[in-house]
Ligand binder design. Structure first.
Ligand SMILES: C[S@@+](CC[C@H](N)C(=O)[O-])C[C@H]1O[C@@H](n2cnc3c(N)ncnc32)[C@H](O)[C@@H]1O
Length: 208
């Protein structure tokens, strides 16, 4: 399977940006997609995907698929034997991302319109990996419930990137170094965080 670096290189960001913004593809910064959404900063995407440790053949949920760029990179990481489902609350972005994935022949990936009252896509789970590209204020229990037994989730939580695993029925949350800004995760009826998590700190960070 490709490394994260190879999968990102094989998925040029310019092809996932609106026509007028393609000149910004090489800049390590978020790019506006309209509707209050952004295509995430490449260095942040790389950090998140390295933390996510995706394996060939896995089932992956991409929450906040936006432009479809992360969905496409994930599709290359899981390969044709895997599957990636992207969910996004902005309908226009769903259509654009679906067109781009089709254009790039990534049949193992699909995107659908999310219902913000139902985080993720529980009907198609559980998932080996869940990537969340919008900032949660609290650990989203609805997404934790969609993880497979040995699954792993990466999300921005209250300013930090964290990994989440479930051990003995409880979520174990570990922060990565750095502080990050993301667009907010839209949650209509959040559940309370169910597990302890701690803050770390560090020099790295980014905006998405
Ligand atoms: C940083 S942006 C898009 C990043 C995307 N992965 C990309 O590479 O273009 C995060 C996205 O999360 C979406 N979003 C926010 N809350 C959501 C929710 N509850 N379910 C699905 N998508 C959500 C926003 O509409 C936004 O498009």
């Amino acid at each position: 399977m490709p490394s994260v670096e190879e999968a990102m290189r094989d998925t040029p960001r310019a092809g996932y940006l609106p026509e007028g913004a393609r000149g910004l593809a090489q800049i390590d910064a978020p790019v506006e997609l309209g509707h209050g959404s952004t295509c995430s900063q490449p260095s942040t995407v790389r950090t998140m995907l390295e933390l996510l440790d995706v394996r060939e053949g896995q089932s992956v949920l991409d929450v906040g698929s936006g432009s479809g760029w992360t969905t496409a990179i994930l599709a290359r990481l899981v390969g044709p034997a895997g599957r990636v489902l992207g969910v996004e609350v902005v309908e226009d972005l769903v259509g654009q991302a679906a067109d781009r994935l089709r254009r790039d022949g990534l049949g193992q990936a699909s995107v659908r319109l999310a219902d913000p009252a139902v985080l993720g896509a529980p009907d198609a789970g559980p998932y080996d990996r869940i990537l969340v590209s919008a900032m949660a204020r609290e650990l989203p229990g609805q997404l934790v419930d969609q993880l497979a037994g040995d699954g792993l989730m990466v999300l921005p939580l209250d300013g930090q990137l964290v990994t989440v695993r479930v051990e003995d029925g409880r979520p174990v949350v570990e922060p990565a170094p750095g502080w990050y800004r993301f667009v907010p995760l839209r949650v209509r009826s959040p559940r309370r965080a169910r597990g302890p998590w701690s803050r770390g700190g560090g020099p790295r960070g980014g905006a998405s």
